[in-house]
Ligand binder design. Structure first.
Ligand SMILES: Cc1ncc(COP(=O)(O)O)c(C=O)c1O
Length: 408
């Protein structure tokens, strides 16, 4: 019997059905590749079971299971299924967000199928689509999904669209796609609908409220929260499919998590709500400060009414979240100098850690992308991406203020 809680923190802390022989308070790190059988009969029964529990750690492990149960409970928190019962979900923990994404796409599409997605995507997703899936015969079509008519037109002109993939808010312009509207179009045409919920976390956005089949996360980010491990999770609402077809791809591709990283994730998730509250409140204050700064051309933050996707984010998120980007007036050199001038905030890619992480895509993540290409995705020379941390907001603003003075 699954426990039911009134709040999301209790859900994050108490959702896994922790059974362990030594009454350990915290989930133990089951650092074991294989599990023993009491008898041959016991082994036969475990192999015959659809759950394939406690056989071999590439197939599953009790530490992974605790993390999986917690994430399923968070994504399902307060939601009902079509029959009005509490929504049940099944999660599979992976070694990275990319591994979770690979299981998801490969178990859903095959040669000749098309994946339809938004043109602003995480770089690894874009590359997985264009450099790996493309070579297997899967076609990729990218449109501006903020325009639902473009989604309808894509279906009208391509009958092979098998899967619609939504990433919202998206990297690095924080564009938002209307999950409900796009998922409804996808379902009307019989497509599988998937959402990358990494930037928002289930605390801010629950895609399973809508017509969505799979949600995945890079757990490396806000779910872990401390930057201690790479990880990913794939969550689905067709439990049988998750335990059979999807599990087969997961186990045979071999992108399983490891018990130590799962342990770090379990403990990180316990503070998700308190961390997210502080991340979000800091982000709003920082965005308002930066929005009035003379040296800044533009603040891309979906919590500002000037952001083109402000109303979509208000509709589907409980808060606009901790991610933003800014465009400095001085272009490439200003971007480089700004990052160099930071004294507390950290120069690093990735996101979702307790400290504020700042990166300059034009000189870092997108340095090998031709300028004309990256401009199409809104990555201008002076664009700075910020994952706002949970430090005291006075210190974050003071650091930005002094770094902007150096640049201007
Ligand atoms: C939105 C998004 N999706 C997926 C990934 C891939 O996750 P990982 O690096 O854990 O493989 C990332 C990583 O930055 C991301 O930001």
């Amino acid at each position: 019997m699954k426990k039911k809680f009134k709040g999301i923190s209790s859900t994050a802390i108490h959702s896994s059905n922790l059974n362990n022989a030594n009454n350990a308070h915290l989930t133990p790190i089951y650092a074991t590749s294989t599990f023993t059988f009491e008898t041959t009969q016991d082994g036969m029964e475990r192999f015959a079971s659809v759950d394939k529990e406690n056989i071999y750690s590439r197939w599953g492990n009790p530490t992974f299971k605790a993390a999986e149960e917690t994430i399923s409970a968070l994504e399902a928190f307060g939601l009902k299924d079509d029959k009005g019962n509490d929504l049940q979900l099944k999660a599979l923990l992976h070694s990275s967000g990319q591994a979770a994404m690979a299981t998801m796409f490969l178990s859903c599409v095959q040669s000749g199928d098309t994946i339809l997605s938004h043109y602003s995507l995480y770089g690894g997703t874009y590359e997985l689509m264009h450099k790996v899936l493309h070579d297997t015969g899967v076609k990729i079509e990218l449109v501006d999904m903020r325009n639902v008519q473009a989604v309808e037109s894509a279906f009208a002109s391509n009958t092979n669209i098998k899967l619609v993939h939504i990433e919202t808010p998206a990297n690095p312009t924080i564009q938002c796609v209307d999950i409900e509207a796009v998922a409804n179009i996808g379902k009307k045409h019989g497509a599988i609908v998937t959402v990358d919920n990494t930037f928002a976390t289930p605390y801010l956005q629950q895609p399973f409220k809508y017509n969505v089949d799979y949600v995945f996360h890079s757990t490396t980010k806000f779910l872990n929260g401390h930057g201690t491990a790479i990880g990913g999770v794939l969550v689905g609402k067709d439990i049988n499919q998750m335990k059979t077809k999807v599990w087969k791809w997961h186990a045979l591709l071999g992108g399983n998590a490891n018990p130590f990283d799962a342990f770090l994730l379990i403990n990180g998730m316990k503070t998700l709500e308190v961390r997210m509250k502080q991340h979000c409140s800091n982000a709003m204050q920082l965005a308002e400060y930066l929005n009035h700064h003379q040296g800044i051309e533009k603040v891309n933050y979906n919590g500002l009414s000037s952001h083109p996707d402000y109303s979509i984010s208000q509709k589907q998120m409980t808060h606009p979240g901790p991610m933003m980007s800014i465009e400095l007036k001085g272009g490439l050199q200003a971007g480089i100098s700004f990052l160099n001038a930071l004294q507390m905030c950290v120069r690093a890619v990735s996101l979702g850690t307790v400290d504020t992480l700042v990166s300059h895509p034009a000189s870092m993540t997108h340095v090998s992308v031709p300028k004309e290409e990256r401009l199409k995705f809104g990555i201008t020379d002076g664009l700075i991406r910020i994952s706002v941390g949970i430090e005291n907001i006075e210190d974050i603003i003071a650091d930005f203020e002094q770094a902007l003075e150096v640049v201007n």
